[in-house]
Every structure is written in structure tokens, then in C-alpha cells.
Design a protein around this ligand. Sequence first.
Ligand code: ARG
Length: 568
Amino acid sequence: MQEFKEEIIKALESLVQLGQEEIQQNLSIPPDAGLGDYAFPCFILSKKWKRPPQEISQYLAQEISKKGLGEWIKEVKSAGPYLNFYCNREKLTRETLKEIYEKGKDYGKVKEGGGENVVIDFSAPNIAKPFGIGHLRSTVIGNSLYRLYEALGYNCVGINHLGDWGTQFGKLISAYKRWGDEDSLKEDPIQYLYQLYVSFHQEASGDENLEEEGRHWFKRLEEGEEEAVELWHKFRELSLKEFRRIYRRLDIEFDEEQGESFYNQMLSSTLKRLEEEEIVRKSEGALIVDLEPYGLPPALLRKKDGATLYATRDLCAALYRYEKYKFQKLIYVVGAAQSLHFQQLFKILELMGLPWASRCVHVPFGLIKFKEGKMSTRMGNLIFLEDVIDKAVALARDIIEEKNPDLENKDEVAEMVGIGSVIFGDLSNDRVKDIDFDWDKVLDFSGETSPYIQYAHARICSILRKEGAQASREADLSLLEREEEQRLISLLARFSEHIKRAAETYKPSTLARYLLDLTSDFNYFYHRCPVLTAEEGLKEARLILIDGVRQVLVNGLYLLGIKAPSKM
Ligand code: ARG
């Protein structure tokens, strides 16, 4: 569709005296196919031209037709205030299916990023605490943005900014020294550490000394005392080992795993720089940045006891990342609860006169709520991501057992379907809204779910398998002229447009929506248009068409972080 669009822009450019960019932004997709493939709204010109939009659209239609239509524009028609462009469908069909076939898993990718760096800070669970469901959102949204920006031709750097520093580690060491034992720790590290942490808080409420002891241990840790550092190191490694197991199951990798502790070495020089630049000031012994002129509360960067904070480490991290990557964008995928923190952070970078401050973006998201009673929890009301994954996989396994008992690799498929349903259950929702997670809904094979999409994909694979090696790439594609077929072609041709939109708005949900539409349009086609039993010629053309659908489904699911089994 891009070439068609370019032709439209060229045709309009000289007539409407608008820049290419502006025309491009105003072109919209008409609500129904009868109105063409792109529409240009003429009312945006009526003020300047002092003429009603209907008249302008008629005039433009005439002028463009007079000059002669290009290779791609088949027809241009005025419809009220809109100017509608109709694409040469035969050419679109041929070129789209050819491109999908030639590019395969690269279909949909564009080169606009030019290899520039996009740094994505995502996942970032906290050491010694369970990988909770809250971090799931950051993990799956971040991973999808990573893949989307990569598809736009950027070089992505995924950073897991682990929560591995702070006063809580003093408390944890103190608790472990008092009550801990090595064997229980090794058995189920995160669970055990979390329990220690909880007991510490229970005990500390009646015991002043314990709080003091915790502070003391943190001080020893900060001073690099051997025993403290060793224990911290052990907790960190054991936690990471568990996190890595989850990442492996989710098929997620990071380029950097620098947690908060990594920035300790830069804290004092950064604070010194801020003092020299007179951005921080002392207030009752603490160091703060006054942000009142910008309508924000003051940012505390050093407490009066000398301890630095989450914000101080984030500031160092941003500076370090720019030094290292000279990024085009630095994206933080972190819950909406931290919006204020990022507003303050970005403001401080701006006050430091750093031109790249405006390239930092916070991508917030809402909470996930589980329908009550459906999820038993190991501890209090804390939901563990791994339990959610296990449950989804087990449910998927049951469904497969029921639907396709003869399937060979049931466990493997159940893993792909179960995990896919959890990821899609998250990504298909508008990012900023809270999610009501409903097991029956996310695994419904006919609902708006990933199994629904995966199932259509597997079905296409099965049709193609039946045809086997006989399938030929030689077919008269002009036979694909039915509405059911042309709807699919339009969607396939617009794949990269949807990738772009999802990346630019940081909303994988728009791509999820696209895949659901493609799947339902495929089902619509398949119910009305036989493939294997179609007459010779048409059959070959339809096989090529569904092979294109298959490829785009795989590529699209990949961008969401979901796998597509070829049988299910
Ligand atoms: N560990 C933090 C939390 O769980 C999230 C860190 C996000 N990244 C960052 N650079 N602040 O709340």
C-alpha cells in the first residue's frame, strides 16, 4: 500500500499545496471498502480556499483524472467532502502476495529506524521478591515494543533495571542472620526470602531495635563490608536464577541486566555535578530539586542520613545510557503509579540542559485484576506470575486433550497456547486501562484471544500440508476478485502500517486488534470460499492467498511475543 500512497501524495501535492508529510497524515482509511482504499478530507482546505469541501473534492477529482492516473490509482471519486482513491486491485494482489512470499518472516519490516538505538527499560522485577503479576505487564509490553521497534529498523537495547538495591536489603540480611537457614533458602529461594521479609516487618512493628539493626546492615552493605555483600550477592543470584526461568518460558531476552546497584559508583559524581550546576539545593540536610515552578513536588535525591534513592539511581542510569547508546528514544515501561517519578526525572534532565531529555518516554499501564476465586494464591493476596502461567498451560492442555487427543506434541503446544493466552490477554487490552483477567475469556478458542488466532494459523498450515509439495507459486492471481478475498488482501497489504502505528503509540493492542480482524476475515473467507475443492487455477491462487495470511499471522504474533504452533 505504501507505493499506492506515495502515488496519491504525488498526485495531490502540487494541487493542494501541502507538504508530503501533511498529506500523508491526513489520508485515512474509509469505513467501508466501497468508498475506496484511502480518503483525503477536503474540509481541511476549505478555510484557506474559501470554498465548500464538496466543491474542492469535485475539483480535485477532475484535475487528477485529467492529468491521467498512475500505475496504482485506478480511480478517484469525490464523495461529499472526501476525495476517495481506489487502488488497482489486481496490481495490489499480485505485488502483496509476491512480497510476502519473498520476504517471509521479514514481511512487514521497514527501514525507517536506520539502525539508530532505541533503549527499552522493561520488566525490572525486585530481587528477593516474587515475580508478581504486576511485572508481567511491563515484561510483555516491553518485549513487544522491542520487537516492534526492531521491525521499524531500529537497533533495540533491552535493559532489565532490576530492583537490587535499597534499605530493604539491610532488613533482609538482618532477618536472614536471625532466623534464616541455608537449606530452606536453596529449596525455594524467592518464596523463602519473601517470607523472611514479611516476618521482619511483623516483628519490627513491636521492636524498635530490629529496624535499627536493618538500617545498620544496609549501611554495612553500602560500605562494602564482606559478609553483607556476600549475602546480598547470594540473594541476588538466587532470585535471578528464578527470574531467568520465567524469561525463558516467555521467550524473552535482555541485552543488559544492570540493576539499580550498578549505578552506585556514579551517585556521588552525579550529585556533585547537580550541585555545581545549582540544580539541587540543601534542605534540612537533604538534597532536593525544587520543581515547584513546574507544578511538581520536590524531588528528593539524598536523605539527610546520606542515603540515596530510587530516583537518584534512575538519574544516573539515564545519564549512563545516553553516554553509552546516544539513543533516539529511551522508553520506560513502568506502571502508571510511577508517572510522577518519571515526570520529575525528565524535568531534572531538562533542567540539566540535556537536549535528549525530550527523547525519554514513560509508557505507563494500568493494573491487572483477577476475577475472584479463580486463582488460589500461595501467600496472602499476592499472585505469582509463574502460577498464572502454569494454570494457563494446564487449562490449554485440557482443551487440546478434548479437541485433538491425537496431537503428538501436546505439552509443547499447550505451553505455546497457554502462554500465548496470558500474553494476549494482557496485550489486547488498551494499555492504560486496568484489566479484568478472566480465565474463561483468555482461553476461549472462538473469542478475541490468541488461541483463536493460533487456531486459524494451524488450520491454514493443515490445508497447506494436504496440498504438500504440489502447491505451485504459479497462479493467475487476478482470479482472486471476490470481496472475501479482496478484504484479506487489503489487510495483508496494510500490515506494516499497523506495525508503525503500534510502535508510535506504544500500543501493541492496536496490532492485537489487527490480528483479530485478519483472523475473522480469514474465517469469513474460508466459510464461503472453498480452497482445496475449488476449480483448477482458482485453487492455486487461493492457496497462495492463505499462505500469505499464514505468514502475516506468524509475523504478527511474533511481534506480540507469541508463538504459533503449526498443529493444535
Ligand atoms: N523495580 C521497579 C519496580 O518494581 C521498576 C523499575 C523500572 N525502571 C526504572 N528505570 N525505574 O517498581
